[in-house]
Design a protein around this ligand. Structure first.
Ligand code: GDP
Length: 197
């Protein structure tokens, strides 16, 4: 897919205010600092379309970007910010679960995982919840330039092993680097392919 146009549409905290024109949505979510903003900027080739988080956990908004006038890239608030208060966590859960379970136009959610880390409870819990709710999702391992290919393979294998305890089959898995742009084409082609189907 060639990105001809990427424009910001709306940021909000209310799913009722999300676009209603029926265009397909692809959401991106992950722990604060996982590299979500960098990945989004890399995908659309804009330096700061998604705001990289100076203060992780501060962006508690659903951000819609319209791509090529065809589909929405949805930047969802990051989870698992240690310093977030309980009430803001509850608010996050309510609003994100509403978005993920109620949007008929939501085609796929990309769950971002930091490839440098061992399986994290919060990520496994979130993906288990997606699976229980039968939400279509894919996994994106970020920041792969930061580790050797053997360390990457080891971490991916550990994640896969952990996930296969819960599910019979794995969702699609992507590996990316926002530094080298590795993985960009694969993600965009995947979106293209689903849109064509
Ligand atoms: P967000 O909180 O998930 O939006 O994360 P950011 O995109 O703000 O990234 C968090 C930090 O990780 C920043 O310092 C980024 O420069 C860095 N980062 C993000 N993606 C990559 C990557 O692919 N490679 C490297 N080396 N650093 C990255």
């Amino acid at each position: 897919m060639i990105i001809k146009e990427a424009k910001f549409i709306i940021s909000n905290t209310d799913i009722k205010l999300c676009p209603t024109d029926g265009k397909p949505e692809y959401a991106f979510i992950g722990r604060s600092n996982v590299g979500k903003s960098s990945l989004i900027n890399m995908l659309v080739e804009k330096k700061d379309m998604a705001k990289t988080s100076g203060r992780p956990g501060k962006t508690q908004l659903i951000n819609h970007f319209l791509i090529n006038n065809e589909w929405y890239l949805v930047d969802l608030p990051g989870y698992g910010y240690a310093k977030a208060s309980k009430s803001s966590r509850n608010q996050w859960e309510k609003f994100i679960s509403q978005f993920l379970t109620r949007r008929e136009t939501l085609i796929n959610t990309f769950v971002l995982i930091d490839s440098r880390l061992e399986p994290q409870k919060i990520d496994i819990e979130f993906m288990s919840w997606c699976a229980e709710e039968q939400l279509p999702f894919s996994i994106v391992f970020t920041k792969i330039d930061k580790l050797s290919s053997s360390a990457l393979q080891k971490n991916l294998a550990a994640y896969k092993k952990e996930m296969l305890k819960y599910w019979e089959a794995l969702p699609p898995v992507f590996t990316t680097s926002s530094e080298s742009h590795f993985g960009r084409e694969k993600i965009l082609n995947y979106i293209d392919q689903i849109n064509l189907d």
